[in-house]
Design a protein around this ligand. Structure first.
Ligand code: M6R
Length: 616
């Protein structure tokens, strides 16, 4: 979603800020803007609709001088994506500029108050109400805020409800940035005589690896050499400096045409990283450092609740099968957006697992807090190190799949499934799994990356097959058991980047309504590896064929029977049935990618979507 970059230091700010915005493009946005401060204490603001390129072109023609500045990519929530709604927003006097991620929930009442004071809004946004409120307090506040920028920001943040990651500059304080956070990430890159503040490490990494993460209700006053952190209530804080682990090469295309394609092909290496050091083949055990002394508690949980959104929720559904089958512990999965408002019943000895690539998804963060409030022990399965969920859970296991930039989640999904398998095997071993069965499962898990390599080698054939069906506007995806969530994930991938309507279903559910959709040639992707549901899935395939649908089967290598039945077939290597999602998912990712390419869409930046949904 929205992205923030701010700079104070000796270098011209504009170019650096625009480069930072480019690093945040993957998050999704619809307009962009920048404000810089020059030595004459003039705020120079430029805003454009659409790509950051448009802003860069504008800046090439107009002036944006100064060595202090803020910039923003906006994903519209309040008000259309227009130039006047783009950030930065000014106060009425044009003294103060603000960029903001999140939502100011009480902006209407703030706006009404400001209107009473004779301040009319210049945009439809919630952010402008905050900028105007800071300006009002700064100029007219009367409670000690008057003329004191920091005090005005504090007071305004006290009065707003909602979430924010924000940066404020003022032409009266040309060498200062004020950054603050509540519910939306902000980190400060600490350079040599400069500070770069951003909502995401990707915008900081080429300047410095040393960062300070702000926590909720914290604020930082930044100058070239100074970082003064405090709570919003003005209690001084001493913050530790962390090191960003991400390398620049990892967030660049590195010769690939799209991040999504790069990330699909990275999966063998990514999963080797996920598994590295976590499987002890000699002992036949799982070693999860992130659980530390909590690992032994895995034996006592009586219930597992898994939660997340989108693709992470699909991984959670696979987790449900894994925990019940391998650990014989009752497991259930719930959308984070539902769990947070449902007043769930949490018994003692419940383990709440929150899955999230970004670790910043607003609903998932809220679900985590709800689980904690009700007494569950929480565990995060997260990719982004230092993210909100990673820091707030009682314990966690990182995916270690590297930065995921493509909006369509791919390697994070397989990473999540691999971590869930490790956890379920670990929990199972502490309950009833024999050493032999455990060792067999771990061996098969270890072999998955090499098996994915074999599927990726068939990418061209998968492209050709996809192109045969790409004109069709409606697709079905069917699967059973642990491959039912794979069908859901395949359908989600296809719709989010190719804009083809696709529905994922448990194969047997097709008969209860959706079968009415099937007409001649409708693509029906059936995930049908050899497992205990195989014969049932074959029966479902016959039903589709009876209605003249076109079957695209994802089958286990050597399955001749399905080759005869299906109109097209993609083989995946044999593995343990419970681990099969790690291989059956790969062709579905490639199909979605090639379908979007064939339709001429921007694969990495699909319309209307954001990489990380940090607002409700
Ligand atoms: O960062 P998270 O894993 O919490 O994100 C959850 C979903 O927003 C995400 O998986 C989304 O569904 C992807 N676009 C799917 O490809």
């Amino acid at each position: 979603m929205c992205g923030i970059v701010g700079y104070v230091g000796p270098r011209p700010a504009a170019e650096l800020l625009v480069t930072g915005l480019r690093r945040l493009e993957y998050r999704g946005y619809d307009s962009a803007g920048i404000a810089t401060l020059d030595g004459d204490r003039v705020l120079h603001r430029h805003r454009t609709v659409g790509e950051v390129d448009n802003l860069a072109r504008k800046l090439a023609a107009e002036r944006a001088p100064g060595t202090t500045g803020i910039a923003h990519t906006r994903w519209a929530t309040h008000g259309a994506p227009t130039q006047r709604n783009a950030h930065p927003h000014f106060d009425a006097s044009g003294t103060i500029a603000v960029v903001h991620n999140g939502i100011i929930e009480n902006y209407r009442s703030i706006r009404a108050f400001l209107t009473e004071q004779g301040i009319e809004p210049a945009s439809e946004t919630d952010t402008e109400a905050l900028a105007q409120l800071i300006g009002y307090l700064y100029h007219d506040g009367g409670n000690g805020e008057s003329g004191n920028l920091l005090a005005s920001v504090r007071r305004a943040l006290h009065d707003v409800r909602g979430t924010f990651g924000l940066v404020v500059i003022s032409r009266d304080h040309p060498d200062q940035l004020i950054a603050a956070r509540r519910g939306s990430p902000v980190l400060v890159g600490v350079g040599d005589g400069e500070h770069v503040v951003a909502s995401d490490g990707a915008a900081v990494i080429e300047h410095t690896r040393q960062v300070v993460y702000l926590d909720d209700n914290e604020l930082a006053l930044l100058t070239r050499d100074g970082l003064r952190a405090s709570t919003i209530d003005d209690i001084p804080l001493s913050k530790s400096v962390s090191t960003l682990e991400v390398r620049l090469q990892e967030i660049e295309l590195d010769g690939h045409r799209h991040h999504m394609s790069k990330e699909i092909h990275e999966q063998p290496a990514a999963l080797r990283n996920t598994l590295r050091g976590r499987i002890d083949q000699n002992e036949g055990t799982v070693v999860l450092g992130g659980l530390a002394d909590r690992e032994r508690e895995l034996a006592r949980y009586q219930r597992v609740i898994l939660t997340g959104c989108g693709t992470a929720w699909h991984a959670g559904l696979i987790g449900e099968y894994l925990f019940e089958e391998l650990a014989r512990v009752p497991a259930e999965v719930e959308y984070a957006s539902e769990l947070r408002y449902r007043n769930p019943v949490i018994q003692r000895n419940t383990l709440g697992i929150v899955l999230s690539q970004s670790g910043e998804t607003a609903d998932s963060v809220a679900a985590l807090r709800e689980l904690q409030l009700k007494g569950a022990t929480t565990l995060g399965i997260v990719n982004v190190v230092g993210s909100s969920i990673a820091r707030e859970t009682d314990s966690g296991v990182y995916l270690h799949v590297g930065p995921e930039i493509g909006v369509a989640s791919t390697k994070a999904f397989t990473g999540q499934v691999a971590v869930l398998a490790l956890l379920a095997i670990n929990m199972g071993r502490r309950r009833h799994l024999s050493p032999e069965r455990t060792a067999g499962l771990l061996r098969q898990l270890d072999e998955i990356p090499a098996k994915i390599e074999r599927i990726l080698a068939m990418a061209d054939a998968i492209r050709d097959l996809t192109e045969r069906y790409v004109e069709r506007e409606n697709w079905l995806y069917l699967g059973r058991g642990v491959n039912y969530p794979v069908a859901l994930e395949g359908a989600l991938k296809l719709k989010e980047i190719s804009y083809i309507h696709a529905e994922g279903l448990p194969a047997a559910e097709m008969k209860h309504g959706p079968i009415a959709l099937i007409d001649r040639g409708m693509p029906v992707v059936v995930v049908a590896p050899r497992d205990h549901t195989y014969d049932k899935v074959v029966a479902n395939i016959e039903e589709v064929k009876g209605r003249a649908g076109s079957i695209i089967a994802i089958a286990t290598e050597g399955d001749r029977h399905l080759a005869e039945l299906a109109d097209a077939i993609i083989y995946v290597p044999k593995t343990h049935p419970l681990l099969s999602p790690l291989v059956t998912t790969i062709p579905l990712q490639l199909m979605a990618y090639y379908a979007a390419l064939a339709r001429g869409h921007n694969v990495d930046r699909p319309r209307n979507l954001a990489k990380s949904v940090t607002v409700e």
